[in-house]
Design a protein around this ligand. Sequence first.
Ligand SMILES: NC(=O)c1ccc[n+]([C@@H]2O[C@H](COP(=O)([O-])OP(=O)(O)OC[C@H]3O[C@@H](n4cnc5c(N)ncnc54)[C@H](O)[C@@H]3O)[C@@H](O)[C@H]2O)c1
Length: 425
Amino acid sequence: MRTEDLIHFCPPGRLIIGAGSRAELPALVAHLGYRKGVFVTDRFFVTSTRWVDEYVKSASLLGIETIVFDGGEPDPTTTLCDSATQSVREALKGAAPDHVVALGGGSNIDLAKALCITLPSGRPVRDFVGGLTSADNPIPLIALPTTAGTGSEATPGAILLDPNNATKVAVMDNSLRPQIALIDPEFTFTCPPRVTADAGIDALTHAIESYLTLDSAQYDRNGHPDPGYSGRSSLTMLFAREAISLCARFLKRCYDHGDDVEARTGMCYASIYAALSYGSAGLNAMHGIAYAVAGLTHRSHGTTNAVVLPYAMEALSPYRPVEMVEIAQIFGICGENPDDTSRALCEFLRDLVADLGIPTNLRDLGIGEGSLDSLTRDGLTVTRLAKSFPVPDVEEAYSRIVRNAYHGDLGKFPRREANKLLDRI
Ligand SMILES: NC(=O)c1ccc[n+]([C@@H]2O[C@H](COP(=O)([O-])OP(=O)(O)OC[C@H]3O[C@@H](n4cnc5c(N)ncnc54)[C@H](O)[C@@H]3O)[C@@H](O)[C@H]2O)c1
C-alpha cells in the first residue's frame, strides 16, 4: 500500500487460466448469449492445429455461428486492418456480429481488437487512432493468446504499423479490453524458439518497464475520466514483481526446452501478470524507442524491445535505485553498492538478450549512425510514453539511450556470465 497512490485498475472482464481451458469456451460464449461471431486468426492455426476447427464445431452445436478470418499477419498494418474490415463485412452480408474471437499472438489479437471497432461501421482504422468517442461501441472481444507474451489480452490498445508513420500507432480505449481473456498454456507449446524468445523478453520488458515507470500520483491522465493507463501503483507493482520472478525462473528454460510444461506454464503466468501491471501502469521509453526501431528495421516487437531494455534501464537507474536493486535481487545479483548492482543488472540483462539469440546493439540490427537523431525524434513523438519516463530531462535521456544502444555501451563493468547467474536462481 502507498498512501499517495491513485489507482485506476482495468483488468479484462473475465480471466480464465488453465491447461485445456479452451474446451470450456463454447459453453461460456453460449451462456453469455452470443450467437454470431468472427474468429480472427492466421493460416498457421487453421492449417497446423485443430483449435480453430474444434472451436467452430463445438460453438455451432450450441447455436453459435462463426465466420473465420485467417488473414492475420505478424505486426498488422492499418492497411491490413482496412482490407480485413472489408472482407469480413462482405462475408457477414450485412449481419452484425455480437462477438469477436482472436486466436494467436499479439498480432492477431491486435488485429481483432481493431476489427471490433471498425466492423460495425466499415470506417478506416485511422479514424480511431487517438481515441474513441462514447458513441463508438466496440464489439466484445474474446482473446486466446498463443504466445507468452504481449499481454494484449489484458490491455486497452491495438498496436498497428502505419505505412505513413515512422512509428507504430495505437487505437486505444478501455472498451477495447477483452471481455474474456482465456489463457490455455497448451496454446503456446507449438511456439518455435524464436517466437518463444521474442515473446518472453517482451513479457519481461513489460514487467520491468512498468515496475520502474511514473507513479500513479504523478501520472498525467489528461483529464480523462477513464484513462487506459494511469501510472504504477502498489497493485501494479505486485503483479510486476511476480512477473519478473517468473521470467527469471522460466524464460531461458522455456527457450532452451520448449517441451518443458512447467516452464511454458510459468511464462504464461509471467505474461499475464506483466500485462496486469503494465496494462494499467503503462510503459515508457523502452517501448517508445522500440516502436521507432521497429519502424526503421521491421524487426519483431520482442527483438526491438530487447535491444533497448538494458540501455533504458541504465538511463533510469539513478532515479530508481531501490527498485533496480530489488530487480537485481530477484535475478540473484548483488553488487557492493546500489550503483554496482544496477550496472551488473543491466549487464546481466544484455547477456540474457544475447543468450536468447537477439542482437544487443542497434548496429547489429542494421541501423546506421546517421539515423540516430531521427530515431530519437521518432521515439519522442510517442508522447504518452515519453512523458511517463521518470527522469528530469526526457529528450536527453532518449538521446543517451539511443547512442548507448547503438554502441552497445553500458559503462565500465565486465561482461557477466549470464548462465552462471541463471543457474543460481
Ligand atoms: N496491444 C498490446 O497491448 C500489445 C502489447 C505488446 C505487443 N503487441 C503487438 O504484438 C505483436 C507481437 O506479438 P507476438 O510476439 O505474440 O508475435 P506474433 O503474434 O507477431 O506472432 C509471430 C509469429 O508466431 C506465430 N505464432 C504465434 N503463436 C504461435 C504458436 N503457438 N505456435 C506456432 N507459431 C505461433 C504467428 O503465427 C506468427 O507467424 C506486435 O505487433 C506488437 O506490436 C501488442
